[in-house]
Design a protein around this ligand. Structure first.
Ligand SMILES: NC(=O)C1=CN([C@@H]2O[C@H](COP(=O)(O)OP(=O)(O)OC[C@H]3O[C@@H](n4cnc5c(N)ncnc54)[C@H](O)[C@@H]3O)[C@@H](O)[C@H]2O)[C@@H](O)CC1
Ligand SMILES: Nc1ncnc2c1ncn2[C@@H]1O[C@H](COP(=O)(O)OP(=O)(O)O)[C@@H](O)[C@H]1O
Ligand SMILES: [K+]
Length: 545
């Protein structure tokens, strides 16, 4: 079972909207009115005293939402200025535009007009899911102004509310079309973004979290069609959000799913497997040469803390002395070479292995073949990934979890990393989600690409090789202090421990990321990786429904 809040690509969102409208259950205008009302409602909630608002309306349905917002705010005593385009949008937006024109004028959507009057709030309803190419000309200038490139020190961004997303952001990738993928000070930053029905990948990836500001997901009544579209025979279901990011609001009815799902996984394993320590799984962490033991010990301690029944750390004999200290619960066993590992793996009770943290590339290269031949569930991290990049995919299988950070990913999948770094010229741009899924497909393993926007992707099912596998995005933008030496080693150990307990690789990687992030949130700034394993029990307790 996967957990988290479902997210939809823009294509899936459009498909669900079309299904809903084709069913006759709801019209396009009704959806637009609900969308506009949700935004106007959020504005009134945050700015209860009516003031001056400038609504910027683009050429499509995002602009249509803008005309609804303008009308609803004008009704509640806001002084509304609308800047719009001189075009005939699709029928729904055209109707909303006409409705607004009965209440007030539409001024030209130009930078000069925008600068003419100050407003308390700016509403960006220029582009949403329909963005296909980089904004140019007058619209690009308007967006630059809103982004603060005018030297106004970002004064607008504190007052910028965006409809569906900051205009110019590709909602599938979180990249700004036509701009470098690195952060730039003049990227359009909103204080608040209201999106509809479900988050889209671009809200959670790359520039999305920083530029959307607080993200509110408003219900516009598409639930029944979303559920139908994500049934087992449909391919609409894509990725699941696994963390509730503090600035991220989902409709209340969908909020508890994450925590309860995780807790249920845990109980299921505990109660289904009886009381013996071996029935809770035996994890092995392959440690490296003398002087490099810390990383593997962090991993081993984390594997114990997530409830593996036994954990053994396996350094070469020459490094054994380094591992004499606590925790006493940890077992030690020397593994000097590939033959010793093969012999050890005759013990079928060893359920999962972790290789990479502090292992040394040469040793990883030697130990990987017998480890992979054994077919055991395993986590390949750090030095094991560097070794793998030189060895190729032979022997990898769907019980392997690869946990690269960006640098390791580019050694393993240089072409994908290069495409991911390139300036996107049209939408939808290749996303971190797409790249991780492709990496999982090529390697046949679960791939967890680390970062503030961790993506975890499973390879396609064997019976559906052309379908995309399940994927999970774990958002950790609110915990930058997790980017500290050794945090990745702890994550590898957590996942190995969960694999030993019998969780599927995708669930172990997703739940592992969630626990890792939740633990870091509980500790706060100042965290060092050593703190993480021993605080995992607290993160578990927070999951009790
Ligand atoms: N379809 C629906 O029923 C609903 C749509 N909603 C709103 O509609 C939005 C999507 O509407 P659209 O599909 O009309 O798309 P948008 O309103 O995002 O705008 C795209 C329009 O601009 C054009 N365009 C794209 N890139 C451009 C560029 N760089 N320069 C100039 N023009 C460009 C496109 O050809 C299209 O006409 C959503 O983001 C959401 O705000 C909501 O009202 C909810 C219901
Ligand atoms: N900016 C960030 N915000 C939150 N988490 C991050 C950020 N950057 C990296 N991380 C997370 O921190 C951990 C660092 O892992 P890694 O790069 O492997 O470090 P190490 O090898 O030192 O253990 C990963 O879990 C990663 O997802
Ligand atoms: K917008």
């Amino acid at each position: 079972m996967l957990f988290g809040t479902e997210i939809l690509t823009t294509a899936q969102m459009r498909a669900i909207e079309s299904d809903a409208m084709a069913s006759g259950g709801v019209s396009g205008v009704q959806l637009m009115q609900r969308a506009g009302a949700a935004v106007a409602g959020q504005i009134r909630l945050r700015w209860p005293k009516p003031g001056r608002v400038t609504v910027l309306c683009g050429p499509g349905n995002n602009g249509g939402d803008g005309y609804v917002i303008a009308r609803l705010l004008a009704r509640t005593d806001w002084q509304v200025r609308v800047l719009g385009m001189d075009n005939e949008p699709g029928p729904d937006a055209a109707e909303m535009k006409r409705c607004w024109q009965k209440a007030g004028p539409i001024l030209p959507l130009t930078r000069a007009e925008l600068r003419r009057n100050e407003a308390d709030i700016y509403v960006d309803a220029i582009f949403g899911t329909g963005l296909t190419r980089p904004p140019v000309g007058e619209i690009a200038e308007v967006l630059d102004y809103l982004g603060g490139s005018d030297g106004d020190d970002g004064h607008v961004r504190q007052r910028l509310v965006t409809v569906d997303c900051p205009s110019g952001l590709c909602m599938d990738s979180g990249a700004f079309l036509g701009k470098p993928r690195q952060p730039s000070a003049d990227d359009l930053h909103a204080r608040l973004t209201i999106t509809f029905d479900s988050p889209k990948p671009g809200h959670l990836l790359e520039r999305g979290p920083a530029c959307c500001g607080e993200l509110v997901v408003a219900d516009i009544g598409l639930h029944d069609w979303r559920v139908r579209a994500s049934g087992p025979e449909q391919d609409h279901r894509t990725a699941h959000l696994t963390a509730i990011w503090p600035r991220f609001r989902v409709p209340d009815a969908r909020r508890p799913a994450a925590a309860q799902g995780i807790w249920a996984e845990w109980l299921e394993k505990r109660e289904g497997s009886g009381g013996h320590k071996f029935s809770h799984g035996h994890a092995m962490v392959l440690a490296g040469p003398p002087g490099h033991g810390g990383a593997a010990r962090l991993a081993a301690r984390a594997a114990l803390r997530v409830g593996a029944g036994l954990v053994t750390i396996c350094p070469p004999g020459a490094a054994m002395i380094e591992h004499a200290g606590p925790p006493d619960a940890l077992m030690r066993r020397a593994v000097d070479d590939a033959t010793a590992l093969s012999d050890l793996l005759q013990d079928q009770r060893i359920g999962a292995l972790c290789i990479g943290p502090g292992c040394g590339v040469e040793r990883a290269r030697e130990l990987l073949p017998p480890l992979l031949d054994s077919g055991r569930a395993c986590v390949l991290d750090a030095d094991a990934l560097t070794a793998l990049a030189a060895m190729g995919w032979n022997g990898l299988h769907d019980r392997c979890v690869l946990t690269p950070h960006g640098g390791e990913f580019s050694r393993l999948f240089p072409d994908l990393a290069e495409r991911l770094a390139a300036r996107p010229d049209h939408g939808p741009a290749l996303s971190k989600l797409d790249a991780t899924r492709e990496a999982a497909r090529r390697s046949g393993a679960v791939v967890l690409l680390k970062g503030p926007d961790t993506v975890i992707a499973a390879p396609p099912r064997r019976d559906k090789p052309n379908a995309t596998g399940h994927a999970v995005i774990h958002s950790a933008f609110d915990i930058p202090w997790l980017a500290t030496a050794g945090a990745g080693d702890v994550l590898a150990g957590i996942i190995a421990g969960l694999l030993a307990r019998g969780l599927t690789p995708l669930t172990a990687a997703s739940l592992g990321s969630f626990l890792h992030g939740a633990t870091a949130r509980g500790i706060g700034p100042g965290l060092i990786a050593d703190d993480l394993p021993d605080r995992i029990p607290g993160a578990f307790l927070d999951l009790v429904p």
